[in-house]
Design a binder for this molecule. Structure first.
Ligand code: GCB
Length: 656
């Protein structure tokens, strides 16, 4: 192991020395000693049993990587949205399954779907255990003869689903869609009863991990290994979906540019290993932009050439509609449409190229977070956030620390945001034994498969992120040093990057590294994404020294790795309305001064490929002594999206 640049080899040396302190070491210093003991000790979760252990195994769900397309309505497909009121009951003893709660809840109350449950009921605020959702729904008689799915856009974390008292299947992992084929179990002459058991117990084998011997960085209350509130529940839409018996199961559109001609390579799959002919068409009415798809065993490809193509970019996010259809005997069997953008992304030396030109990412990392709905889908907020990013002059954001809704991705395509798209692998360390690491790896690989399958056709997505701030050891334990952990992490990330490249050879893959984290890991990524907090977690109050340390760090990563570098996080907390001159930590002035220096240092370095401020808006966290008002206050906007001075400052720099 090469010692990380900012960590001392000797734990005893890990005391606050300007420029020498690793990112989180402040928690271990005199100032942070109290915090460290509270955070690492008393409230740290004890090793958890796998909450699914001992239950009858449920069949797995259909996943996007298995040919589950985002549902849509057209002449051949339909859907019924089950958003609205559901029955709900907490199950703290976890006896519901044994007692048949999938048929009837003994004492239900009403909940909204989609929504996190935590902010709705006082007794559910910090509750992460099992809870039940029930609701009835008719299935339209006109759908008889179709393939019928029950589709969930996101349930956090673990779901077990029943239909009319019969088990359908289960799914692990929040933030990505899954579904069940319900044709055999549904009834047509009365409403169908849907029951879902959900829990978000924090265990070391989940992604993100929680509890267990790995310890907890942000183990406030509720205890987590990550710095955001562990919202749970049915957080995006539930839909009953009808598909024709032979249907389009997957589409991949890869775009290339040949001078002024756009090339769209279409790969499609059809169900039932179908053999026949379909069509791929771009836009409306131009026969030149149409090609036959000859399906053999369910697979077909076609190439469309678009002379004088309007390329997709942040300043001109032009979208084309790609229509696919399957036909037999002059009759259309199925059709599916999606918006695509013609553009290329490449890494060339230390540059990130969009359509062959260097691009610079300016923006923020975000969270899906808002009072009351929590992490539940909030379409008005998606629209407002895009508006505010544009107001600031941002061209980019990261879906920290999990995949965002389809609606957010669609908005990014339409509005021209460049997205770093992240799986939920936040807070991972490599000190808790091979078995746990292997289980987390398996979940990460599934998440990579499912995320890429879901988002591969979005022109806005330019980079896949396979983790946020992994650490070799328990990040709380004296700088997280652990040579075995570095080696284990190297093997882990080699595998994750290989998977991302296997699933998508057209986009770079990265992870965002923690300040002081192993360079060996950054060397594996196509783009170096650095989360840097000089001037906050280290060198707090010392902005001059922080600028120097920042410059040195960027120069050294550049000299060593010579790949595009993006600062994917940097930020200082500011309680809105708190002021001081000269600037002091926690004031709006300090946040502005901090960001001013980061922008200056980055601006002086032509090799930099971007900067994302942490965070777009304040967001809810667990309660702890390092998170005032139960929030991370590094937002340049307040949680309700009002600008702090920092947002005006960024606008003055970015809005051209
Ligand atoms: C980070 C993490 C992010 C935290 C942030 C902070 O590096 O990636 O999840 O919220 O720092 O404010 O500490």
């Amino acid at each position: 192991m090469k010692p990380s640049s900012k960590m001392s080899k000797d734990p005893a040396e890990n005391v606050p020395r300007p420029g020498k302190m690793a990112r989180r070491q402040f928690l271990l210093t005199t100032a942070g000693a109290g915090a460290a003991s509270v955070l690492a000790g008393e409230t740290a979760a004890s090793p958890q049993e796998d909450p699914e252990a001992g239950r009858p195994p449920f069949p797995p769900s259909l996943r996007t990587s298995g040919g589950l397309l985002r549902p849509q309505q057209n002449l051949h497909r339909n859907l019924s949205d089950l958003s609205g009121f559901w029955q709900f009951q907490l199950d703290p003893e976890d006896t519901g399954e044994k007692n048949g709660w999938f048929r009837e809840l003994p004492s239900p109350r009403t909940i909204a779907v989609p929504c996190s449950w935590n902010d709705l009921f006082d007794d559910a605020q910090d509750y992460l255990g099992a809870a039940w959702y029930l609701r009835e729904s008719w299935v339209a008689p006109a759908w008889r003869g179709q393939r019928i799915l029950l589709y969930f856009a996101s349930v956090n974390y673990s779901a077990r689903v029943w239909l009319n008292g019969e088990p359908l299947g289960g799914h692990e992992g929040g933030h990505l869609p899954f579904a069940f084929d319900i044709g055999e179990k549904l009834v047509w002459d009365r409403p169908n009863l849907i029951a879902v058991r959900v829990e978000n117990i924090q265990t070391p084998t989940r992604v993100p991990p929680g509890g267990g011997p790995a310890g907890g960085l942000f183990t406030g209350y509720p205890a987590t290994h990550y710095d955001f509130f562990p919202y749970c529940g049915i957080q995006r839409q539930v839909e009953i979906v009808s598909l024709p018996p032979v249907s389009i199961e997957d589409v991949t559109a890869i775009t290339k540019i040949d001078r002024s001609t756009g090339i769209v390579e279409v790969k499609a799959s059809a169900s039932r290993a179908w053999n026949g002919t379909g069509k791929a068409r771009l836009g409306e009415g131009d026969p030149a932009l149409e090609a036959d798809l000859h399906f053999r065993d369910g697979q077909a490809t076609a190439t469309l050439r678009v002379p004088g193509a309007k390329l997709w970019s942040p300043s001109s996010p032009h979208l084309y509609t790609l229509h696919l259809s399957l036909a037999e005997g002059g009759k259309t069997l199925d059709s599916y449409s999606l918006k695509i953008g013609i553009r290329t992304v490449e890494v060339h030396g230390d540059q990130l190229l969009l359509n062959g030109q260097p691009i610079f990412l300016k923006g923020c990392a975000k969270h899906e977070d808002f009072p009351i709905n929590g992490r539940g889908l909030n379409v008005p907020l998606v629209v407002r956030d895009a508006e505010l990013l544009k107001w600031m002059g941002a061209n980019s954001y990261r879906t920290s620390h999990y995949p965002y809704s389809d609606e957010a991705m669609e908005t990014a395509d339409r509005e021209g945001f460049l997205i770093i798209d992240e799986i939920p692998a936040v807070g991972m360390s490599f000190s808790d034994g091979d078995e746990n690491i292997e289980k987390r790896q398996a979940q990460c690989l599934r998440d990579i498969d499912d995320l890429i399958a879901r988002d591969k056709n979005h022109p806005s997505v330019i980079i896949w992120s396979v983790a946020n701030e992994p650490s070799p050891g328990n990040i709380m334990a004296r700088g997280g040093k652990n040579p075995k952990g570095v080696t284990a992490g190297t093997a882990f990330f080699t595998k994750l990057f290989a998977q991302a490249h296997l699933r998508d050879r057209t986009r770079p893959a990265t992870f965002t590294s923690v300040q002081g984290g192993p360079r060996e890991w950054i060397a594996l990524a196509d783009v170096a994404c650095l989360n840097l907090y000089f001037g906050w977690y280290s060198l707090g109050g010392l902005l001059e020294e922080a600028s120097t340390a920042l410059g040195k760090e960027l120069d050294s990563v550049h000299a060593e790795l010579h790949k595009p570098i993006i600062i994917t996080e940097c930020g200082a907390e500011a309680i809105a309305g708190t002021h001081a001159t000269p600037a002091q930590m926690w004031t709006e002035e300090y946040q502005v001064e901090y960001l001013r220096r980061y922008l200056e240092v980055v601006g002086q370095r032509k090799f930099m490929a971007g900067i994302h401020v942490w965070n777009f808006a304040n967001f809810k966290t667990g309660q702890s002594i390092v998170r005032a008002q139960g929030m991370n206050q590094k937002g340049v906007l307040t949680r309700d999206r009002q600008p702090k001075m920092a947002a005006h400052f960024l606008r003055s720099k970015w809005k051209t």
